[in-house]
Design a protein. Structure first.
Length: 471
């Protein structure tokens, strides 16, 4: 086979987004916090753009006789856009125009978590003053995973620190004695045993189940545990209840490293007035952008401006105008999408999850005459503060099935029915997936058993054989 190189010309078609369209997409999918950061960055980089009210606006824009045609067109472009932008305000309601009394306190959305690293380091350093032991402890703490387990072998840690394994074992033993109980364990069995010892529990059956029958317990093989240990089903059930009080993820509720306070900033507010859906955009503390009057005056007077300077101002002016247009279009699109969603799901806020209607991105896109991809960018990462709490916009989207009456039933409502049926079942005779499918069919929802299994697994519920209790 002969290999050679050659040049060839090939014509292909490809779709590429211009920098302007890329910016528009980025602004559209940005949430309230991200948009605020983008605005601050643009204000720093573009001198033509400024915050409204920061300087006195120039009222007179009459052209000078010596003004060039290019400068006249540029000035007219600025004036036309200013008029267009002012007239477009008020097409939707913003939080800035709403009453200050109705504005929420954003401190409500801030949630500060503790740092596990800091907690353990402080405890460890109080427990030993040996510098080398503190160094080993710091390494061990940094090696913990998100559940609080130490997955790295002791031998590898000793090799990395160039010390004996005995010293690492000693530091690990000290770490495992700290709060929260179970931290520093190398597997689930050790984690549960650490909590068993921390509670000073003296229960031979609990110890035996954790030590030798954890797999059997997970598979609900109670008969096997009873056969080996000689304990009755009642005794095993009581021991199992004690084990369930232990935390298999001791690091739960802690951050693994330093992080700022987390919070959710709503992008829209929802309220109902006399049954009407009122959607308000959250532009609280978001600056109102405008074209700098000082630069407008410079362009008008054309004093001391070279051609290069004029070109620079033209580029910055185009950028500023496009940036403002993108923000305006983003606000309009978010308002339209949110308004459409809340009008469709209006009954949810008065009657709960059972009244949540099946809804797809395509349904909203058709109603507001936008592309489905645009709706997807709007709902992802955007939140709404409603009378029922704070929800991500995509929460209101779900598939559904048609019941016997020809009405669509939301998949969320179907999962709620399954959840309730399982909670009310007899623990000794748990309901199988086939029985759950029959239960739904009796309510007019014809659904296959495998679909019930899929919903059950999505909710993290075990199969009926593993839910069964013998006492």
């Amino acid at each position: 086979m002969k290999l050679n190189q050659q040049l060839s010309i090939k014509q292909v078609q490809s779709l590429r987004l211009t920098p302007q369209l890329q910016l528009a997409v980025k602004i559209l999918q940005a949430n309230r916090v991200e948009l605020s950061e983008m605005v601050e960055q643009e204000l720093m980089e573009n001198p033509v753009l400024e915050v409204s009210g920061s300087t006195e606006e120039v009222d007179s824009y009459e052209a000078q006789p010596e003004e060039s045609v290019e400068r006249s067109e540029l000035l007219g472009f600025v004036k036309d856009f200013e008029k267009y932008f002012q007239e477009s305000q008020g097409a939707w309601t913003s939080a800035e125009t709403a009453s200050n009394e109705d504005k929420p306190s954003f401190e409500e959305f801030v949630h500060q978590k503790k740092t596990l690293n800091e907690e353990l380091t402080a405890q460890f350093h109080l427990s030993t003053k040996d510098p080398m032991e503190q160094k080993i402890g710091t390494y061990l703490i940094a090696s913990l995973d998100s559940s609080g387990y130490l997955r790295e072998p002791v031998s590898r840690i000793a090799s990395a620190l160039m010390i004996d394994e005995e010293r690492v074992e000693k530091a690990l033993y000290l770490l495992q004695s700290l709060e929260p109980p179970g931290v520093g364990a190398r597997d689930l069995r050790e984690c549960l045993l650490l909590q068993y010892y921390a509670q000073d529990m003296h229960d031979d059956l609990v110890y035996a189940i954790i030590s030798d029958h954890l797999e059997d317990l997970g598979a609900n093989r109670i008969r096997e545990i009873s056969r080996v240990t000689g304990a009755s089903f009642q005794q095993i059930e009581e021991a199992t209840e004690k084990i369930r009080q232990f935390n298999p993820k001791p690091a739960q509720g802690y951050l693994m490293s330093e992080a700022p306070a987390e919070g959710i900033t709503p992008d829209v507010f929802l309220e109902f007035k006399e049954g009407e859906v009122i959607v308000t955009l959250n532009d609280y503390l978001l600056p109102n952008l405008m074209i700098s009057p000082w630069y407008q005056e410079r362009i008008q007077n054309a004093e001391g401006l070279s051609q290069d300077e004029l070109l620079y101002l033209k580029q910055k002016l185009d950028s500023a105008i496009w940036f403002r247009q993108c923000i305006e279009k983003r606000n309009e699109t978010i308002w339209l999408v949110a308004k459409c969603i809340f009008e469709i799901q209006k009954d949810f806020f008065s009657s709960g999850i059972s009244r949540l209607r099946p809804l797809t991105l395509a349904d909203v896109a058709v109603r507001i005459e936008r592309h489905e991809a645009t709706v997807s960018r709007v709902v992802n990462g955007k939140y709404a503060q409603t009378p029922s709490g704070i929800f991500e916009l995509k929460f209101f989207f779900s598939g559904g099935l048609m019941n016997d009456e020809g009405e669509m039933v939301s998949s969320r409502h179907i999962r709620e029915i399954l959840q309730q049926a399982i909670q009310e079942e007899d623990p000794k005779r748990p309901i199988s997936d086939q029985m759950l499918a029959q239960l739904l069919k009796a309510r007019g929802i014809d659904i296959a058993r495998r679909t019930v299994t899929k919903y059950r697994e999505m909710m993290g519920i075990q199969s009926s054989s593993k839910r069964k209790k013998f006492v």
